[in-house]
Ligand binder design. Structure first.
Ligand SMILES: [Zn+2]
Length: 409
């Protein structure tokens, strides 16, 4: 157990926070600090073809140790951490044999990780937890994933009796700012399919995510002296208000769950002459997703008919549900499921209410479901990871490689 703890702590104590305001890849130069270290480590444990490109994308190969023609599988995780919370000077705390009570993260600041608020903690009674000291995030998202992949590769190298095909691993920068996949060279990676190790709770297995688009509504008004405005003034603020009133009031993030889609207005700005509304559209179902875009256009048309053409609507697709790309190769989900069951984990299969790098990679030709990495409460000071969950993730990776070979004729 100490080995995996040491490796994880090694990674999380290197600050790799990404930054969406930067245009470079990686978005922050400090991500190189961990990237370069990972390259050395992959070489040290005996991985082959270890490469890092000018954008800090790392790839490596574990060669096949069988005569069989086995499909190549990949495992992918990201080494940046979220811009939402500081990743500087992470001081992990190790809680052995967790007793199910409150954990004092920071005595001085009175920061407590409590199962009365985060009841998931109770799943991990008697286990070893790694937490923060209450002043930073932990970075289990996704350095737990990196730790698990490296540890699983090391295990396979040390256990040549376990037969497997060619395995590829990929570590990316900038996932947290939505740019983990966009410079990923799928052809160079050369896997038939892959898994991101980037989920949360032990057992999670995900192959459905939102279809996503963003929309911007711009309304040009006409300002006239209010005392003499009758029949002349066009108040962009009020048209914006009317636009919002036409949106379905129950289809918002705070009133939806599971596979229910929504419109989410996240920005509005207005003066008489000019108002803008920015919103995002989310739906797992492609037909309903298209209908939502269509409905927005219908509202815009209606208001334009009513008031004259003061309103314009711009809709941009962002990403799509990977289900469309994964279902035709559903055996890759079955394989992960079987691997979990055979190491004693009950798979928790549920749709992601967001996107993953895997969804983008799936549309780039690399079908890529998501598997748990074990952490909880990502992107903040309450983040923690049970070491036992990381160990189980290592077992799942090893088992996927093993079963993939065993099931090939
Ligand atoms: Zn992540």
């Amino acid at each position: 157990m100490q080995h995996i703890i040491d490796r994880f702590i090694n990674y999380v104590t290197i600050d790799t926070q990404s930054d969406s305001s930067s245009n470079t890849t990686p978005s922050t130069s400090k991500q190189w600090n961990l990237a370069n270290k990972l390259v050395e480590e992959l070489k040290e444990i005996g991985m082959q073809d270890v490469t890092i490109d000018e954008n800090a994308y790392i790839m490596a190969t574990l060669p096949s140790n069988t005569e069989k023609q086995v499909p190549t599988i990949g495992f992918i995780s990201h080494f940046d951490t979220s811009p939402d919370f500081s990743g500087t000077n992470v001081k992990p705390q190790i809680i052995k044999n967790y007793d199910g009570k409150d954990i004092v993260l920071n005595e001085e600041k009175g920061i407590i990780l409590s199962p009365s608020y985060f009841d998931d903690l109770l799943l991990y009674k008697n286990q070893t937890l790694i937490t923060t000291d209450g002043t930073t995030l932990l970075g289990a998202d996704d350095k737990a994933g990196v730790t698990e992949i490296v540890t699983a590769m090391e295990y396979l190298i040390n256990h040549p009796e376990i037969k497997h095909g060619k395995i590829r691993v990929g570590f990316t920068p900038d996932e947290e700012i939505g740019r983990g996949a966009h410079k990923f060279d799928v052809a160079k990676f050369g896997a038939d399919w892959a898994y991101t190790m980037d989920g949360s709770q032990i057992g999670e297995l995900e192959y459905e995510n939102f279809n996503a688009a963003e929309a911007k509504i711009t309304i040009h008004g006409k300002s006239v002296h209010p005392g003499y405005a009758k029949g002349k003034m066009v108040n962009a603020i009020l048209i914006a208000h009317e636009f919002l009133n036409h949106l379905p009031q129950a289809e918002v993030p705070q009133k939806t769950a599971g596979r229910e889609g929504f419109f989410h207005v996240h920005h509005i700005q207005g003066e008489i002459e000019l108002a803008t509304i920015e919103l995002i559209i989310r739906d797992h179902d492609l037909t309903l997703f298209e209908k939502r875009k269509h409905d927005l256009q219908a509202i815009a048309n209606k208001l334009n008919d009513l008031y004259g053409n003061y309103l314009s609507l711009e809709i941009k697709d962002q990403y799509f549900n990977m289900k469309e790309k994964v279902e035709p190769v559903f055996h890759i989900v079955e394989l992960a499921k079987e691997a979990m069951l055979s190491v004693g984990i009950t798979p928790i299969i549920k749709p992601i209410r967001g996107g993953t790098d895997g969804s983008q990679l799936s549309y780039m030709g690399l079908p890529c479901p998501n598997i748990f990495a074990g952490g909880h409460n990502f992107h903040g000071k309450y983040e923690y990871v049970p070491v036992e969950s990381m160990q189980k993730a290592v077992e799942v990776i090893v088992k996927i490689c093993e079963l993939n070979c065993a099931q090939t004729n």
